[in-house]
Design a protein around this ligand. Sequence first.
Ligand code: TTP
Ligand code: MG
Length: 364
Amino acid sequence: MRKIIHIDADSFYASVEMRDDPALAGKPIAVGGAADRRGVIATSNYEARKYGVRSAMPTSRALQQCPALVIVAPRFDVYRSISKQFHAIFRDYTELIEPLSLDEAYLDVTDCQQCGGSATLIANEIRARVRAELGLTVSAGVAPNKFLAKVASDWNKPDGTYTIPPDQVAEFVRTLPVSKINGVGKVTTEKFRKMGVVTCADLQTIAVEELARRFGKYGPRLAQLALGIDHREVKSTRLRKSISVERTYPQDLETDAAILDALGRILEELEHRFQKIAQQYRPSARFIKVKFSDFTQTTMDETILDHSCPWLSVVDYQRLLLAGRARRALSVRLLGAGLRLEPRLTDEHDDRDAIGQMKLFVDA
Ligand code: TTP
Ligand code: MG
């Protein structure tokens, strides 16, 4: 059972502008482009929302609805730096952070020890720290999964926390309107309404086969969400510095043949794992780690200078391993192989090479 927190800042850009300019206090404000330049509203404060001023609305229309509206130009560099400050606070609780935008993130606090392990207390502590340290308010949803945590963060917004404990999930979803399901927009809500489906309880009565027929691949997922089930993991986007695979052997490896054989299997696994992130990273070095029977360990690093050779070249790893093993006349207890990584720029021209290199390794 996971413990997920979804954090969402309240009227984010507008709150930042109000914080930094006390003259805006108490006024309806919107952050966006100027009306005479066909600008649109990025967001508005809660005062302006009373007049129906909403995100994505043309500024000219917003001004018609709320003539006193103060339009403030966005300062994206400031919002980005505040987003980093949010994350610095989150990281005091968990490394498992998945940002959805500058002001929104999922946190997996399942293994978090703070606040006696209570996700609700952690959420409240984070909210209090954001207020004290950054002068802004955020709302939090706490639930056993991402879907419900996101719904919950909206429940007591602004400046609130809402928790859906595991034993209240069934009851919570029963009355939850299907329109609250992420991906169920106006069109789908209307489609559901014609089927007599308004709440998740209504949705639960529709057979999965029927949902699949009407909604395709999304059908079975809808059936799960209607029950409050969501298995998606919080995917941390923290930059990786390396990727590696290690194995501790039940019996120490004695011979070169046994060690090289073990290395082959480790490299296969490493290749499999690296392939999943090869789009985002380029290796800068390969390394081998060996722990000997007396528990001493050694690592061998080799910078990759020639990127036209396969990164996961078996012979290069074998050479590193044999050099490391030669450092002690002992059998091997643990073996590891890895790549040090650097982020790949999105438009880097050797993307095609990367795919070529993976193939070379598979063929080797
Ligand atoms: P949201 O979290 O959707 O909105 P919000 O933080 O302004 O208000 P709420 O209290 O309801 O959470 O979006 C975060 C920021 O992203 C928002 O402050 C401005 C920007 N944004 C746009 O630029 N365009 C848009 O259409 C939306 C929805 C948001
Ligand atoms: Mg927000």
